[in-house]
Each structure stands twice: as structure tokens, then as C-alpha cells.
Design a protein around this ligand. Structure first.
Ligand SMILES: [Zn+2]
Length: 474
């Protein structure tokens, strides 16, 4: 870590209402923080002694924030797709055969995938989290972590579809205690790069008693709650069978809807429920790629925004989305919402860029630290090569095409260098702290071994992918 001058033909600060463009701009990084943002010529003259990064053929922008991701199941990538029962028949038969080493390696691959496509903060939501915490400490990125709290005992894949999940209170308690232990041990760890949220997995996955306790912790200590809400007809069915209420009315009855709630997905939320969440100050995470593939649906993010709510974007997980690339998520958010509304003006590119940066920071309660390039914020930034074929040409006038080109055309490989907390963790596409090739090779081998262990359960599940194999399509 040191001091740098980072120059860009265009610096996208994300301050103000839009993407905050400074043409011929520069950012001065001092230690972990941004100390100045302004005109490149002036700053170069003033700070001629500083090492120089970027240049007049680069875009400099804040690191992307993946506001919802489960890196721990990355080794299941591509194993549960084109199916109706993603969770029970798709991932569950694999998941029960995962070992801690599989979690660690898959997560490492996922984090590298994210960094190489510009993600600097990962709102990672997993169990067990210990190995994943070590990955973030090692790799150098920022993480806003939640240890998944549920009361689900193993054997979900053996339940009939629609059968009420048995809940195990002791298991839930054990998981809450584990979560609190990790929060106490690691909050502000990794030179301040690690922060924590509470992570009840969903209103259907733990009992009222434990949810009540988590609510008291959230309200008492100001911890935000990162929770899947109305994430599928499966969840609504469970809630109606268990409580006679849909998810959102149930959470309202419990007093759980407030500014500390980060509601992920809302796939099945009605317009009324969506507005209620927004009006009560809850935040939303929109995962368009994941929900598009898993459910064939587009969640009501436009309605949520319209009602005054703020939302971030998330990639969710490799076996749902099949990739963890925020450029993909920005593009999906725009295109899917335009198609849903048959209106090309909804969800413009600049809005998607904000939802992957400053607005995501607000959703996670980190708006004072990250999400924009402003004096005093942490130096989490990307240097992007404007001469990549997917970006050419980048115009400053008469129309600035930077936002559309980044959102609709870029794929992530245009990100040349990634800085987190003032440290270069990827430079000229090379990971600086870890051996990418070795990790990917080990993770590939671990994935093959996991598939072997899970073979019996997979073949006996009703997963459509097994049937597609039998028909010779896959
Ligand atoms: Zn999720």
C-alpha cells in the first residue's frame, strides 16, 4: 500500500445523481483511502512524484459491489439448471456431499471470477463461513459477510415437493451462535476489509422464535439482516402451510420490516407487498441473472424503486446464475426489465451502474466507505482499458456512450487493474496475492470428485438434467 495517482480519460465518480463523469480526471490514493479527485493535469502537476497508474486511454471507476452472492457453492456451477425444482432436486443432492475443502476451493474460484470482472466487495452469504473468511483475508478483496442461519436438517432432497420442511431449533441455535462468534472475531478484520450482517436464510427456513431473537439483535445492535424474502413459490407455499400467511405479511406481523432489512429477490412479492417493503425503508437486492435462470421470472425491482426504495444488484450463486460477473448482472437487469415492461427506457444503463456501486453500498449500509470515488472513501477502484473491442469507441461528446458501452457491451475482461483498500490485488489481469492457475486446477479436480461422491443421489433424483442426459441432449 502506498500513494498513487490514478488517471483516466474518464473518471466515473458516481457522485451526484448519475455516474458523475470527470473528463481527463485523476484520483489520488493515500494509504487505504482516496485523498483527492479532480482534473488530471492539475493533480499531475501537484503530485508529480507519485507512482502513476491508468492514463489517457483508461476509464477509472469505483469497484463493483456484488450485493448478494454465495461463493461457497461455486463447485456446483452448471449442475442445477433448466429445471423446475432447483433447490430440492437440483443442488441438494450435490450439496450434501460437499466437504469443507470444496467450499474453500469453489469460493476461491468465485472470488477470483468476481475480481477479474471488477467486483471489489462481495456480500457473501454462506455456511460454513470460516474457510471463506480465510479466502478473503488471503485474496485481499472486501467482503460484507453473513453466516447463513437456518434450521434445516440434511435430507432436503428426500422430501416430497411441497412437504413442509422439518425445522430443528437446536441446529438454528448452533448456527446463530456460530454467526455471532465469527462476527465478534472478524468484524473489521483484514485491515478493515471484513464487515458482517446477520443472515437468516429466509422466513420459511427458521422458526419464529429464532427469527424473533435475530430481530432483537438487529434492532439492539443495528446489524442489518441479509435475508431471502419471497424468493419463490416454494417459499410462499411453505409460509402459507406453516403460518397461513405469505412471507411479507408474516414479516410485517413480526415487526421485521424496517431499514435494517435487506430483502433479497422478492420474486413472488405482490405489488402491494413490494411497496410496503420500500415504504418501510427495507432495501432490496435484485439478482436478475439468477432468478431469470432459476425461476424464469423478473422480480419487481422497478416497482420497488418507484415506491422510493433503493436496490443493489447481486449475482447470487454459480449453480443458479452460472456466473458471478457484475457486468452480466447490470446487462441482465436492464434487458430483462425492458422486456418485462415492453419499454426500452426503463432501467437505463446509468442506473444499473449506480445499482452496482453507490446504491449497492447504501443497501449494505456502507455508503460512507465505498461505492463512489470521493475524498475520504476507501480506495476501491477499477482501471478499464477503453481500447478493448467491446468498448470501442468511447465518446465524450456529443453523446457520452460510456454507460451504455460498459453495461450493454463490456463483459468484465476490459477491467485491467483492481485496487481494494489502496492495494492492487489484480494488475494487468494478473491476480497479485494468489496463484489463479493452481486454484482453478485444484477446484476442477475437486468438482469431479464431488460429482463422483454425489452420483447415486443425483441419479435417483428427479432432476431434469438427468432426464436430458438420458435423452441424449446433454
Ligand atoms: Zn441467495
Amino acid at each position: 500500500m502506498g500513494e498513487y495517482l490514478v488517471e483516466g480519460k474518464f473518471v466515473l465518480t458516481m457522485s451526484g445523481a448519475g455516474i458523475g463523469v470527470i473528463e481527463n480526471g485523476a484520483v489520488i490514493v493515500s494509504g487505504q483511502e482516496i485523498s483527492q479527485v479532480g482534473n488530471a493535469e492539475e493533480l499531475k502537476e501537484k503530485h508529480a512524484e507519485l507512482p502513476h497508474l491508468g492514463g489517457p486511454e483508461k476509464i477509472v471507476m469505483p469497484g463493483l459491489i456484488d450485493a448478494h452472492i454465495h461463493t461457497g457453492i461455486a463447485l456446483l456451477r452448471g449442475t442445477a439448471q433448466d429445471t423446475w425444482n432447483w433447490m430440492q432436486q437440483g443442488i441438494a443432492p450435490f450439496k450434501k456431499h460437499m466437504q469443507p475443502g470444496d467450499v474453500r476451493l469453489g469460493s476461491m474460484v468465485n472470488i477470483i471470477e468476481g475480481i477479474k470482472s471488477g467486483t471489489t466487495t462481495f456480500a457473501d452469504y454462506d455456511y460454513p463461513l470460516d474457510e471463506i473468511i480465510n479466502n478473503y483475508l488471503e485474496i485481499g478483496s472486501r467482503a460484507c459477510l453473513a453466516s447463513t442461519i437456518n434450521e434445516l436438517s440434511p435430507g432436503m432432497d428426500k422430501l416430497k415437493i411441497g412437504e413442509l420442511y422439518p425445522l430443528d431449533e437446536d441446529l438454528g441455535r448452533e448456527r446463530l451462535e456460530k454467526a455471532l462468534e465469527l462476527m465478534e472475531k472478524w468484524e473489521k478484520g483484514g485491515e478493515g476489509r471484513l464487515t458482517f450482517l446477520l443472515g437468516p436464510q429466509g422466513p420459511d427456513m427458521l422458526g419464529e422464535k429464532l427469527l424473533e431473537e435475530i430481530k432483537d439483535l438487529s434492532q439492539g445492535y443495528g446489524y442489518k439482516m441479509h435475508m431471502h424474502v419471497a424468493q419463490g413459490d416454494r417459499e410462499i407455499d411453505q409460509m402459507e402451510k406453516r403460518y397461513g400467511l405469505r412471507s411479507v405479511p408474516f414479516l410485517e406481523k413480526m415487526g421485521l420490516i424496517d431499514e435494517n432489512l435487506i430483502a433479497v429477490h422478492l420474486t413472488e412479492a405482490t405489488e402491494e407487498e413490494t411497496c410496503l417493503l420500500a415504504e418501510k425503508g427495507a432495501k432490496m437486492v435484485h439478482c436478475p441473472g439468477s432468478i431469470g435462470i432459476i425461476d424464469g421470472l423478473v422480480p419487481p425491482v422497478l416497482e420497488f424503486l418507484e415506491a422510493g426504495g433503493s436496490a443493489g444488484l447481486g449475482s447470487d450463486q454459480a449453480p443458479g446464475n452460472n456466473c458471478n460477473n457484475m457486468f452480466n448482472e447490470m446487462k441482465m437487469a436492464c434487458i430483462l426489465n425492458k422486456v418485462k415492461k415492453a419499454d426500452p427506457t426503463v432501467m437505463p444503463a446509468w442506473k444499473a451502474l449506480r445499482m452496482a456501486t453507490i446504491e449497492a453500498a447504501g443497501v449494505l449500509g456502507m455508503e460512507d466507505t465505498i461505492g463512489s470515488l470521493e475524498e475520504g472513501k476507501k480506495a476501491d477502484l477499477l482501471i478499464i482499458d477503453i481500447n478493448q473491442p467491446t468498448l470501442v469507441p468511447i465518446l465524450g461528446s456529443p453523446i457520452r456512450n460510456i454507460a451504455p458501452n460498459l453495461v450493454y457491451s463490456a463483459r468484465g475482461h476490459e477491467v485491467e487493474t483492481v485496487m481494494v483498500n489502496g492495494e492492487l490485488i489484480m494488475e494487468n489481469r494478473k491476480m497479485k496475492r494468489v496463484d489463479e492457475e493452481k486454484i482453478c486446477r485444484e477446484a476442477s479436480a475437486a468438482g469431479v470428485e464431488l460429482a463422483k461422491r454425489a452420483e447415486g443421489d443425483i441419479l435417483s433424483s428427479a432432476n431434469e438434467m438427468v432426464q436430458l442426459m438420458e435423452k441424449g441432449y446433454l
